[in-house]
Design a protein around this ligand. Structure first.
Ligand code: KIV
Length: 303
């Protein structure tokens, strides 16, 4: 595991952080043109978003993975628009510079173009997201055109699309036959034509993702799609070792925060039980006179 020297995090409450200029979509596109790789991470709360911004990521995704990482569900399907709005609001309070993308949850965009526009607009107006992401191509191309037409930038998502895991045969690699690879290639081009500003490519062979990246003018953001993508995304909990259970093979875990948190919690529990926390350092004093006055007012049996 790679270890990195600790970097100072601005010790300010989130609301005191000076505003930094928001990265624009043309600037993001320029990164691809210059061959400069793009870093994206998921986040679901304000302090995490602040850390992601301090680490200088370009994109923060409020993923519907929150259903699993934050809300304890076993798939991404149950998370609601209201839950995603609350998480997105927290993230946009925590970070100013990165482009913040809210995932449209299952059921919020599939029904009609009108419903898709209405939900996308809520993420911008109520949660201050910069863009939304939606899974799939095919019938969803019309949703992309509709949302972009309404003025909300859209990030596409192809390959392993967890909202369709049942149709795809589970959470497993996609595009491993010539036919499937060429369908994703065509889908990627169609999503670009429909107006997406970037495209997540999940769990497809690196060689296929490389061809897709080469063919597109918009950036590809890979997850389990190899190093040729224009950028990479990882789920917060996977990256930091906060996930319970097995993580996909494409995850690189950069820390073991579960282990560190557990150590801290066990030390706290032990201190509480031993009476070694709190000490005078953690408590407030009262002057001898005030204490005496207080105690003289207590019932005689308590003095
Ligand atoms: O919901 C999510 O976190 C995602 C990423 C894995 C791309 O869609």
């Amino acid at each position: 595991m790679t270890t990195h020297p600790p970097r100072p995090v601005p010790d300010r409450p989130v609301h005191d952080t000076p505003a930094r200029a928001k990265l624009s979509l043309p600037e993001l596109a320029e990164l691809k043109r210059r061959g400069q790789r793009i870093a994206m991470v998921t986040a679901y709360d304000a302090p995490s978003a602040r850390l992601a911004e301090t680490a200088d990521v370009e994109l923060v995704l409020v993923g519907d993975s929150a259903a699993m990482t934050m809300l304890g569900h076993d798939t991404t399907l149950p998370v609601t628009v209201d839950e995603m709005l609350m998480l997105t609001r927290a993230v946009t309070r925590g970070a100013q510079r990165p482009i913040i993308v809210a995932d449209l949850p299952f059921g919020s965009f599939q029904i009609s173009d009108e419903a898709a526009i209405a939900h996308a607009v809520r993420f911008v107006k109520e949660a201050r997201a910069d863009a939304v992401k939606l899974e799939g191509a095919g019938l969803m191309l019309s949703r992309v055109r509709a949302i972009v037409g309404a003025g909300v930038p859209v990030m596409g998502h192809i390959g392993l699309t967890p909202q369709s895991a049942v149709q795809l045969g589970g959470l497993k690699a996609q595009g491993r036959t010539a036919q499937a690879a060429s369908r994703f290639y065509q889908d990627a081009l169609a999503l670009q034509r429909a107006g997406c500003f970037a495209l997540v490519v999940e769990a497809v062979p690196a060689a296929v993702a490389a061809h897709i990246t080469e063919a597109l003018t918009i950036p590809t953001i890979g997850i389990g799609a190899g190093a040729a993508c224009d950028g990479q995304v990882l789920v917060w909990h996977d990256l930091l070792g906060l996930s319970s259970g097995r993580v996909p093979r494409f995850v690189k875990q950069y820390a073991d925060l579960s282990g560190r948190i557990l150590e801290a919690l066990e030390a706290y529990v032990a201190d509480v039980r031993a009476g070694t926390f709190p000490t005078t350092q953690h408590t407030y004093a009262i002057s001898a006179e005030e204490l005496e006055r207080f105690e003289s007012g207590l019932p005689p049996s308590r003095r």
